[in-house]
Ligand binder design. Structure first.
Ligand code: ADP
Length: 396
């Protein structure tokens, strides 16, 4: 069975075609600048190499058509005909409180997703566009929605309720939801397998450190807390997002700088984080390089980033009453031994001792702590697309 995994953003569409017989990647790619001048598709087939296709895509329907053409192309394709695709798995950012697991998409689900859109106005509408486009182009093909929020629906009330008047939760569903759930779930399961234990018997802190970043407390295979909240803005400092700040700063800044809430929202989401502090870049590679050359603000950005992750690890160990392993994943977590070491530095009291030579690795499943560590540090490359394909397979 071959499953097409789609991740639709506002002007982009990422896809993977996965053969579920061996979980092998057959093709992948990204369509960019959808609805903007100069749209193109970068397509890569495992057996037939890479190609860049420049073609107008005025909407997601055009993009999906071009992706399907590329998949069946004689020269660069991966399959002989579209009939080989058995199902489509869609990444959907926000499932609200309605979805605590993946679902087969039908009209009721679409209606519920439309309702969730006001909770994720930047993400859910493009996800829905992808679903509508598939309905038209691939009528009758089963589709599954896999939600970033679903894994965190197991959080207890005292993790997800904000200390605001309770009626805001009742009237507007203001609560913590958490994101990156597909990744947290995937790496938790993989880490358990690497440790040769059942995930039900483990207390894990999973750190998804990409451009967006979040930490989750996974107790017995269930998310019991996570650092992102009502939106992906809460929690860690990120590439461009501020994460936790004193909420009173917002009204203070609006007054001092004469900003309206839209400008402020833009500052907190796009101009803050390690970009805002360093003034260098949102990309950790640039910041690490600048810090090495003596740029103090770049060093400060890294230091405060690492400290924030460390604080969450400590908090979640306390919350779970123990810790068996800390799992690192996503761009920075997988590729920066320096960041993993800096975050774990000082966590020896929790039983974590980094083995420098084992930690000197990128993008490969590894336990990077010493033999005598009682709590393990683990690197697991995430694979959200494979997780979406597995969920899709299990439902269709
Ligand atoms: P997203 O999917 O959220 O865009 P990724 O998981 O791809 O993010 O992570 C992107 C981040 O990972 C970037 O900030 C980048 O700097 C960081 N990253 C990637 N490779 C490295 C590396 N070799 N060293 C340090 N940071 C890296």
């Amino acid at each position: 069975m071959k499953i097409l995994v789609l991740n639709c953003g506002s002007s982009s569409l990422k896809y993977q075609l996965i053969n579920m017989e061996n979980e092998g990647l057959m093709a992948k790619g990204v369509a960019e600048r959808i609805g903007i001048d100069g749209s193109f598709l970068k397509h890569e087939s495992e057996n037939n190499g890479k190609v860049k296709i420049e073609e107008e895509m005025k909407d997601h329907k055009d993009a999906i058509r071009i992706v399907l053409d590329a998949l069946v192309d004689k020269e660069h394709g991966a399959i002989a005909s579209m009939e080989e695709i058995s199902a489509v798995g869609h990444r959907v950012v926000h499932g609200g409180e309605k979805f605590s697991g993946s679902v087969v998409i039908n009209q009721d689900v679409i209606n519920a997703l439309e309702e969730c859109s006001e909770l994720a106005p930047l993400h859910n509408p493009p996800n829905l566009m992808g679903i509508y486009a598939c309905q038209e182009i691939l009528p009758g093909l089963p589709m599954v929605g896999v939600f970033d929020t679903a894994f965190h629906q197991t959080m207890p009330e005292d993790s997800y309720i904000y200390a605001l008047p309770y009626e805001y939760y009742e009237n507007h569903k203001i609560r913590r939801y958490g994101f990156h759930g597909t990744s947290h779930k995937y790496v938790a399961m993989k880490a358990a397998a690497l440790l040769g234990k059942s995930v039900e018997d483990l207390k894990l802190v999973t750190c998804h450190l990409g451009n967006g970043a979040s930490v989750a407390a996974v107790d017995g295979g269930k998310s019991v807390d996570t650092s992102m909240g009502f939106t992906p803005l809460e929690g860690l400092a990120m590439g461009t997002r501020c994460g936790d700040i004193d909420p009173a700063i917002t009204t203070f800044l609006m007054e001092k700088e004469g900003m309206d809430y839209k400008e402020l929202n833009n500052v907190m989401n796009k101009k803050s984080g390690v970009l805002g502090v360093s003034g260098v870049s949102s990309d950790f590679r640039d910041i690490e390089e600048a810090a090495e050359k003596g740029n103090n603000r770049a060093k400060l950005a890294l230091d405060l980033y690492h400290k924030r992750v460390k604080k969450y690890i400590g908090a979640y160990a306390a919350e779970m009453g123990g810790l068996d392993a800390v799992v690192f994943t996503a761009g920075l977590g997988e590729n920066s031994p320096e960041s993993r070491a800096a975050i774990c530095d000082g966590l020896e009291f929790l039983g974590i001792k980094v083995d420098e030579s084992k930690n000197n690795v990128r993008g490969k499943e590894t336990i990077f702590t010493t033999e005598d560590s009682t709590t393990q540090g683990i690197l697991i490359p995430t694979n959200e697309e494979l997780m979406i394909a597995r969920e899709t397979l299990s439902l269709v």
